[in-house]
Design a binder for this molecule. Structure first.
Ligand SMILES: Cc1cc2ncn([C@H]3O[C@H](COP(=O)(O)O)[C@@H](O)[C@H]3O)c2cc1C
Ligand SMILES: O=C(O)c1cccnc1
Length: 347
């Protein structure tokens, strides 16, 4: 195995398709610009899908699940066992993202990149465990080089499966008790912002819990030296965060855009953007999470998310909730009549 593929080129958006889509927008029966950001979204998707009328019928949601050694430090309001228990819940169709995926007619796949518990075979769950959770990054690197490589490969192959199934949009989600701590540590390492700006309550810590979480992240940052995004991933981890970063890159390399969900997935996107800035064209950002650090990460990604609903769930749920907006942008763009077709007078 190798990680050389991470640097494979990412195609540019198709300028001719964008111009043709813009031309079409100007002919649709509405005052110019009246559909606001939906117009720009349709034009942007046209460039990425290299056609005048983009479509988002086939959408793949992949939830990457993994455990975090730092959970032992009491950084979450919930016990670590929840990660594996939720994988079963995803498989049975009872999780929020399961319900949303059904409602949207989107395919849901779960990739177990490294729960502590080895799970029985479950329908719709790919076993890609690279280890029984990461090491506690306060004391040691979260993962080995080999584990990092394997986690990245798990993300890449998930994106490849989605492309083979004809996905027109990729949505990544995550499940991992303690992963807002890992995400905050990674963001602090990459952005150089004060830890207190990036650490938040996650699943519901109180003020004392958040203060302790800040101290834990500070201790990890004092230990870990991370000169590159890959080194930061290895030190501060999250098998699921590494897999997500790889999946965003792999989807873009194959010409498929991704809709980024919340705080943790945005940190994965930031890591991937730091590896390849050309990825920026291919990432759409769904929402601003209630997790306070998310706004800093979004700003670093130059992202203008579509929604702000006070969500703080992850799993890909915010992206799933934004999908109907993207789909509406595409169907309006593709199906509205032009002034000429409808016999409506222009300005
Ligand atoms: C039942 C349950 C379902 C979840 N689904 C997503 N998360 C979210 O919460 C976790 C991150 O928060 P923290 O860092 O505070 O542990 C992640 O698993 C994330 O996906 C959940 C959390 C719980 C408890
Ligand atoms: O925004 C997120 O992704 C998030 C926030 C809190 C807990 N889990 C996920």
């Amino acid at each position: 195995m190798s990680i050389d593929w991470l640097a494979d080129p990412i195609p540019a958006s198709d300028r001719d398709a964008r111009l043709a889509a813009l031309q079409r927008q100007m002919q649709l029966t509405k005052p110019a610009g009246a559909l606001g950001r939906l117009e720009a979204l349709a034009v942007r998707l046209a460039g990425l899908q290299r056609c005048v009328c983009p479509q988002l019928e086939r959408v793949r949601i992949v939830v990457f699940a993994a455990d975090h050694g730092v959970a032992a430090a009491g950084v979450s309001a919930y016990p670590q066992a929840v990660t594996a228990e939720m994988v079963r819940n995803f498989a049975r169709g009872g999780a929020a993202i399961s319900v949303l995926a059904r409602t949207l007619g989107a395919e849901l796949e779960v990739v177990n990149v490294g729960t502590v518990a080895a799970l029985e075979p479950l329908a719709g769950v790919i076993d890609a465990r690279v280890g029984p959770g990461t090491a506690n990054f306060v004391r040691a690197p979260a993962m080995s080089d080999e584990q990092l490589e394997q986690a990245l490969a798990a993300g890449r192959t998930a994106a490849e499966r989605a492309m083979l199934a004809g996905a027109q949009l990729f949505i990544g989600g995550e499940m991992g008790i303690g992963n807002t701590t890992a995400a905050a540590a990674l963001a602090a390492a990459l952005l150089g912002l004060p830890t207190a700006e990036l650490v938040g309550p996650g699943t519901g810590l109180d003020a004392a819990g958040v203060a302790a979480k800040i101290r834990i992240v500070d201790a990890a940052l004092a230990r870990a030296q991370a000169a590159t995004p890959l080194a930061a991933l290895r030190e501060l981890g999250g098998f699921e965060i590494a897999a997500l970063a790889a999946a965003y890159l792999a989807a873009a390399q194959r010409g498929v855009p991704s809709l980024v969900d919340g705080f943790i997935t945005s940190v994965a996107a930031l890591v991937a953007l730091r590896m390849q800035p050309e990825l920026a064209d291919w990432l759409l950002f769904a929402h601003r999470s209630a997790e306070p650090g998310h706004r800093h990460v979004l700003a670093a990604c130059a992202a203008e998310p579509l929604l702000e609903l006070g969500l703080r769930l992850g799993e890909g749920s915010g992206a799933a909730l934004a999908l109907p907006l993207l789909r509406s942008a595409c169907t309006l763009h593709g199906e509205m009549a032009t002034f000429a077709e409808a016999g409506v007078s222009q300005a």
